[in-house]
Write a protein that binds this ligand. Sequence first.
Ligand code: BGC
Length: 704
Amino acid sequence: MSDLVRKLKCLLVGVAILGRIAVSAQENTPSRAWENKALPPELRADSLIAAMTLDEKITLMHGVDPMPQKAYVGYVPGIPRLGIPSLHLADGRAGVGNDAIDVTLLPAPIAAASSWDPGLLEKFGEVLGREEWIKGTNVALAPSIDVVRVPEWGRTFESYGEDPYLNAQMAAAEIRGIQSAGPIADANMYLTMNQESNRFDQNSVVDDRTLHEIYLPPFAAAVQDGHVGTFMCAYVKTNGKYSCENPDLLITILRGQLKFDGWVMSDWGATHSAIPSAENGLDQEMPGSKYYGDSLKAAVTAGQVTMSVIDNHVRHILVPMFRQGIFDRAPSGSWTASARSPERDAFSREVAEKGTVLLKNAGHLLPLRKQTRVAILGVAGGASPKAEGGGSSGVVAPYKISPFDGIRNYAGKEADVTYSDGSDLKASAEVARAADVAIVFAQTDETEGSDRPNLSLPGNQDALIEAAAAVNRNTIVVLDTGGPVLMPWIDQVAGVVEAWYPGQEDGNAIAAILYGDFNPSAKLPLTFPRTATAIPTASPQQWPGVNGESAYSEQLDVGYRWYDATNTEPLFPFGFGLSYTVFELSHLVLTPATVHSQTGPARTQVMVKVDVRNTGDRDGAEVVQVYVEQPAQNGEPPRQLRAFARVPLRAGEKRTVSLGLDPHSFSIYDSSSQQWISPTGEYTVRVGTSSRDLPLSGKVGVKQ
Ligand code: BGC
């Protein structure tokens, strides 16, 4: 568009808006233009700001701690004089948090991400958003969208895994879902929140290119495809500056590059100052007013912070509130309302089924037959199901179906199902020996606030698995973990299933998988390493860090990128997952085969077409994955995920799938010019069903 046309367009829009204000001024109270629903959010915000006193502006810029009522986790009182509604903030990664009752416990987000199905994530967001809204929440603190850098990270279960592109797709989808159901979504935690060790002070030392290529894409997608209303700035520092007063992150990148126009609230207690925070981009302090109450007011009164800085912060808060209809709709519900429904219970089970990854199935032991005599071992199998992770994502489950109950219900009352909690290895081995199949449920306790000390299963669980496998060659391990674990017993067991933290429907979902009622289709969203040291962040300088600093020295080689770059064999690769049927990929076509080099925001340029056939005798779904290898001189990791699609196929069915490659497929981030560029050269596009199984390939040339 030429400059002249653009200017003319702006002029016309301006005239139209003024006309609408004039009409509204005649019809309504002229001074309360912000109440006019026909006006754009930006204009409504400006008219409201013009009517606000400094005290009222400051009221919006922080929470109230302690809160007047025992509900939610954050509260910003409304201002009745101006018709500004209160904000009620509640956590919600796997359901409404903060001790809310009568809500649905969904599977952990890492399970949802394992579906590789953005449609499922959108529904996940919708279900969560709906229940938050019923509970009276109008700002849902969800989702958590940081890329997993350290496999021991205590919040891995809250995430979507180790790949920026997969994360970006899932983040945008979940945010759209949440916001379609009422609340404003608050995507967290911005940025480089990649470990819990020393989380309130840790300094992530990371280069600019890595920041843009690995850690920012989910946040960029949250803005551009998710239209997220707010971000939560993280506890940690990035390159020496606290996230909530870091001008590089909050002003240069978030406002300048990503064009975010919503608000940034601090994580709980992550605000460290009044003036530097106000000057460097923090819009709202949470949960209280340590800095953004009297101190901020005094700074404004003393002329240390200008009113236009304050107005900008308030505008950032008001614009998404207007856009999301928080001013115009009836208020959301109440904390004491019941948010449950049979549909949402069923959805929790659907996510658990679609998120459970079948990792090993020797001799097609699975699916089981109903008459098989089954021994269930481990506390997570019976006495104490491991359905969720800990910390602020905790949910009061309305019920939890244990695997023992789920399996017994599925197989029928007459079925021979025995149980041993695993505390006495000898006794458990006897129970395992007496059955046709022994299923050991193993778990990790992951939580916000601490990283796992290492990647081994805690306690005697490895010994329990080995004891069962020693007496029963048909031993299957079901993992209820939030992230990868080491499997020293892998060659001794016949099967391994990663069920993650599966939510309230735990036992029903695992029974459906084990007996083949649901054909597993999930894929790992992160790599499982073979040994404790064969991981991208093995040195103490990288994790947990030395002298308060974590060196991101692996740079772009995060997750599978590192395994590929160093030729390290993983135990199970990123993107891997088995099915009870067999799929075949063929006929890869790339169009066009040549594209032009470009700078600036990239566009989709290449379409990938491929045939997928279910050659087995069961219905199922395959995830087609497309990875791009850049020319060596670009200095990128060997290959990177750039498109995927989950394709359901009936037995014998064939479909042709078309996927558009991510705009960044042929780009690198050039730090010196601060933009994406696409160097010329030959790029290889590989298509398959995991990062290590890519049978089809083609070339795309990038020319001047
Ligand atoms: C967590 C956030 C959470 C907040 C409020 C913090 O400790 O990091 O994710 O939203 O608490 O519960």
